[in-house]
Design a protein around this ligand. Structure first.
Ligand SMILES: NC(=O)c1ccc[n+]([C@@H]2O[C@H](COP(=O)([O-])OP(=O)(O)OC[C@H]3O[C@@H](n4cnc5c(N)ncnc54)[C@H](OP(=O)(O)O)[C@@H]3O)[C@@H](O)[C@H]2O)c1
Length: 272
């Protein structure tokens, strides 16, 4: 989902190659070496991950292979070739128990396998490379992938009942807004970790309501539920809001408010 937005948002004239699973499995070291040998990149934006959070809980080894080991292989190739690596990570490295927004230096404390596998990947990147940027983001939505906003609208359009968690908070982030920021980030002097998400934050329930409103489906009934009552094998961070000040202090504009971004996505891809 994010990878395709990065490709579509590439600045004019930028020479790049989009690599997908069809080019090789990133858990296979020979495959990863072959991809680097073929393309000899100066820079890598590594968006691939096993993002099925419940799947990661059920199969932590698969999470470790696809999120940690695959990222390690990519980072090793970058280290050997002096290639800058931009690695996508997540608010799920945090427990979500902090009342204020999380800064980059806050101590990670993941509470599920997905978060653990992404944190271990972050640590591998930092250990193997000097020229790297770990971009933590959250609650991604956009065309071409499974995401909360699309799921809500698809259910509402199909007339299916909606139950939405009311006590989980985050910053919904539009893949195209993040992709534009990533193209700035790759060319920047930024090193280490940076948090990039659309501005502001909300509950899952408020996000669903905003998406329905933008789609002209504001009269759809939603049953609010507590996260403890949501049928999932995974503990999720309830308040893992990312502080974006490092991005702004580096001289970049904050991403637009989440409400505007949701409206833009819905109007473009879900107009009736
Ligand atoms: N989605 C979110 O809400 C969210 C929030 C915070 C951070 N992030 C991070 O942002 C990045 C992009 O997320 P996304 O939602 O765009 O992901 P996505 O839609 O699930 O896409 C991930 C892609 O990675 C590929 N992939 C997974 N394992 C692979 C492997 N071993 N070899 C080759 N390709 C592999 C997948 O291929 P298959 O489909 O064939 O497996 C898929 O095309 C990820 O790093 C994710 O952790 C996402």
């Amino acid at each position: 989902m994010l990878g395709s937005a990065v490709v579509k948002s590439a600045p004019a004239g930028r020479d790049f190659v989009a690599v997908t699973r069809a080019d090789g499995d990133l858990t296979d070291s020979r495959g990863v070496k072959a991809i680097f040998a073929t393309h000899a990149p100066h820079l890598v934006i590594h968006c691939a991950a096993y993002t099925d959070v419940d799947g990661c809980t059920r199969d932590p080894q698969r999470a470790h292979r696809n999120n940690t080991e695959a990222t390690k292989l990519v980072a090793q190739q970058c280290a050997e070739r002096g290639t800058r690596l931009v690695f996508l990570s997540t608010d799920y490295v945090f427990s979500g128990t902090k009342t204020q927004a999380y800064e980059e230096d806050d101590k990670p404390d993941p509470i599920n396998s997905y978060g653990e596998s992404k944190l271990a990947a972050e640590r591998a990147v930092a250990e193997l490379l000097d020229d790297y940027l770990i971009v933590r983001t959250q609650w991604l939505y956009g065309p071409g992938g499974k995401n909360f906003v699309s799921a809500i609208l698809n259910r509402a359009q199909a007339g299916e009942p909606l139950k939405v968690v009311e006590d989980e908070f985050g910053s919904p982030t539009y893949t195209f807004d993040l992709a534009q920021a990533l193209w700035l980030a790759v060319a920047s002097e930024l090193r280490g970790i940076v948090h990039i998400a659309n501005s502001g934050h909300c509950s899952r329930l408020a996000l669903a309501e905003a998406a329905l409103q933008a789609a002209g489906l504001a009269d759809t009934e939603i049953e609010p539920v507590k996260s403890v009552d949501w049928p999932s094998p995974t503990a999720r961070p309830l308040h893992a809001i990312l502080d974006n000040s490092r991005w702004v202090q580096a001289g970049y504009s904050p991403l637009r408010p989440w409400q505007q971004a949701v409206e833009s996505f819905v109007v473009t891809y879900f107009s009736r």
